[in-house]
Design a protein around this ligand. Structure first.
Ligand code: COA
Ligand code: AMP
Length: 656
């Protein structure tokens, strides 16, 4: 008689998640070489991992390919040219347009040719500063086609931040648009671009500008080219340039703990392999399905799951130019899902929190047809249990089905999820507050400050044992040393994520927040150091600290404590000075910094070695009951004097 227990309980070998996790851990060479077969290589790799420069690892060292070919041409070659590749849905302009794989290939190839005709070649950098319009995707893919390295800069950053990135990458060209359209206003990009080029020492040779009717730009003869005119004058496309797997596909800047952003370098073959693997295994998506990721191409989520992931997998991607609310209202995401039959939706938890505020009963979900949706992904910040419960419940009320609401944890650095509920392999029972399990290929551990593993269920520093899987950062642009010192040298053999958290007895991962001075505002990753540098540039400021304080809607909000050079300002002058400082941060960092609250204080609490106690201040501002004041504090009276000021912002916290 058959053993009932054996028949009903899958053994680990039969469980696709366990099997994948074990295979990727025990024989990464074989596992990822097999995964690489999902990509069309010009020269197929014979090896997966190159560890000759450990701790800097490289993937598929002898492979050669073109990523644009894999995202576009090969689907056309396979007879899918008439299938939808990209659906542009723009409530801010009232536009909906579908591009087939054949059309997107043609446009991309022609724009690549236009760039190549003006000297852009393999290895050159191209900065992209654009709103969420099809030309942004076309430009990214055109660069990939030529083997040029793109670097997309989020539109909410200032001219100064753009200039920093121009100087770091020294691009041959910049591609932009005349304007972006935000919830409340049209933002002219061209003056910001001109100012950035003026500020930067590295001068691009030319720019290409998409002229938009909402605010056409003045083009400078001999430097600025009109995107549409270029396309009209370029009937022939450029072929795909073969690159090495290890050649750079893009550089994407992310906020670090210092004022200088880090240029995260992504390779070609490892990234293509990882994304192609992730689409069916983590997102449950296959050719012909539709993915709607409501992020921005300026962020890593946009790179991986608006552009490259879906297109590499032959999935239709929705490019959405709008916001969760105000374009025109909190129904917009659900309307887009219904209009385009999206099977998977992906956004930041902040988006659900702002929708919930406007539509607490989820009426907009109920009034749209969400029958196509299979899973609802959230990332960019921790999915707090309150938002998780609300979203799950309202989706159930709207659809009558249990749609998994999936938190997935990752970073610009990793390029794809580190921990998630891998629905294409196996759907684990959800635990609110946890992004579930490590993705196969990532060996997550939690260490204490001395580098010792902590017991299950204890919080510590979340690290990943090296090597990281394919698709993760190759290095910091032009600075291997910074890669090693920022990420790889804290604990020998580990990648330091910069996040704190724990792993419980069942192997579920919990990520609670940054352990450094990076903050997360509305799903945007920002550096407090950059904001401090902007404040400190004001002559009245002697010293300052910016901390991220919990906020029920945006996750965190920045808040500044400023010591004035000439002593405390009179209250009448203080407001004017505050306004000046807020304007300065907006001007130097960008509107996205959203610093609104500034307190003038007599002194900042420090350790005896002079380090400002930002973490302690943050905990006090968050109203935590368990704040431990470091024994190394120089003068406890300074901190005591700030307790009231800090507590005065303690508001409602996200539900835990
Ligand atoms: N270009 C130019 N300016 C931009 C911009 C862009 N791409 N994105 C944001 N800004 C500006 C906004 O207009 C705003 O300016 P204002 O202060 O003059 O109003 C400022 O930057 C702050 O923007 P934001 O924090 O986005 O606030 P908001 O009130 O406009 O919108 C949300 C709030 C929650 C709707 C929005 O932050 C959001 O959709 N967040 C989710 C983010 C996300 O998807 N992240 C990706 C991770 S997956
Ligand atoms: P970014 O590089 O902009 O994607 O930001 C990465 C950081 O955002 C991480 O280091 C985390 O601090 C945070 N983050 C992203 N996703 C999650 C998540 N699912 N849970 C908790 N924190 C997250």
């Amino acid at each position: 008689m058959a053993d009932q227990r054996t028949a009903q309980t899958p053994t680990p070998a039969e469980d696709p998640y366990e099997a994948a996790a074990r295979a990727a851990a025990e024989d990464p060479e074989r596992y990822w070489l097999e995964a690489a077969a999902a990509i069309d290589w010009v020269k197929a790799p014979t090896r997966a991992l190159d560890d000759t420069r450990a701790p800097i690892y490289r993937w598929f060292p002898d492979g050669e390919l073109n990523v644009c070919y894999n995202a576009l041409d090969r689907h056309v070659a396979a007879g899918r040219g008439d299938d939808a590749a990209l659906v542009y849905d723009s409530p801010v302009t009232g536009t909906q347009r579908t591009y087939t794989y054949a059309e997107l290939t043609d446009l991309t190839a022609r724009f690549a040719r236009a760039l190549a005709d003006r000297g852009v070649a393999k290895g050159d950098r191209v900065i992209i500063y654009m709103p969420m319009i099809p030309e942004a995707v076309i430009t990214m893919l055109a660069c990939a086609r030529l083997g040029a390295i793109h670097s997309v800069v989020f539109g909410g950053f200032s001219a100064k931040e753009l200039a920093v990135r121009i100087d770091d990458t020294a691009p041959r060209a910049v591609v932009s648009a005349s304007c972006g359209i935000e919830r409340t206003r049209v933002i002219e990009y061209k003056p910001l671009l001109d100012r950035a080029i003026e500020l930067a020492e590295a001068k691009p040779e030319f720019s290409v500008v998409v002229q938009r009717p909402q605010a056409p730009a003045q083009l400078r003869a001999g430097f600025d080219l009109d995107f549409a005119e270029l396309m009209a004058a370029t009937p022939e496309g450029a072929p795909c340039t073969t690159v090495r797997s290890t050649d750079e596909l893009y550089v994407l800047y992310t906020s670090g703990t210092t004022g200088k952003p880090k240029g995260i370098v992504r390779d070609s073959g490892g990234y293509a392999t990882a994304l192609a693997w992730s689409m069916p295994h983590l997102f449950g998506l296959r050719p012909g399905d539709t993915m709607f990721t409501a992020s921005d191409v300026g962020w890593v989520v946009g790179h991986s799951y608006i552009v490259y992931g879906p297109l590499l997998a032959g999935v239709t991607t929705v490019l959405f130019e709008g916001k969760p609310i105000g374009t025109p209202d909190a129904s917009t995401f659900f309307r887009v899902i219904a209009d385009h039959g999206a099977n998977v939706f992906f956004a930041a938890p902040t988006a659900m929190r702002v929708i919930r505020k406007e539509d607490p009963d989820g009426e907009f979900m109920k009034s749209h047809d969400l029958s196509s949706i299979r899973a609802w992904f959230m990332a960019g910040e921790r999915l707090d249990p309150g938002t998780y419960e609300w979203t799950t419940q309202k989706l159930k009320e709207a659809t009558g089905r249990d749609i998994p609401v999936i938190d997935n944890w990752w970073q610009t650095e990793t390029g794809w999820p580190i921990a998630t509920n891998p629905i294409g392999l196996r759907t684990f029972p959800l635990k609110p507050g946890s992004p579930t399990k490590p993705v196969p290929g990532y060996a997550i551990e939690v260490l204490d400050a001395a580098g010792e593993p902590v017991p299950a269920g204890t919080e510590g520093l979340v690290v990943v044992r090296l090597p990281l899987p394919p698709g993760t950062m190759a290095t910091v642009w032009g600075d291997d040393e910074r890669y090693v010192s920022s990420y790889l040298s804290a604990f020998d053999g580990y990648y330091l994520s910069g996040d704190g958290g724990m792993v419980d007895e069942d192997g579920y991962v919990y990520v609670m927040g940054r352990t450094d001075d990076v903050i997360n505002v509305s799903g945007h990753r920002l550096s407090t150091g950059t904001m401090e540098a902007a404040l400190a540039s004001h002559p009245a400021v002697a010293e300052c600290a910016v901390i991220g304080v919990e906020d029920p809607t945006t996750g965190q909000v920045p808040r500044a404590l400023v010591v004035l050079g000439g002593g405390q300002a009179a209250e009448s002058d203080a407001q004017a000075l505050r306004d000046e400082l807020v304007a300065r941060v907006r001007e130097q960092v960008g509107p996205v910094a959203a610093l609104k609250r500034i307190d003038f204080v007599p002194a900042l609490p420090k350790t005896r070695s002079g380090k400002i106690l930002r973490k302690t201040m943050r905990e006090l501002a968050d109203g935590r009951a368990d704040v431990v004041v470091p024994s190394t504090i120089e003068d406890p009276a300074v901190l005591d004097g700030l307790r009231e000021v800090l507590a005065s912002t303690t508001g409602e916290r996200p539900a835990n």
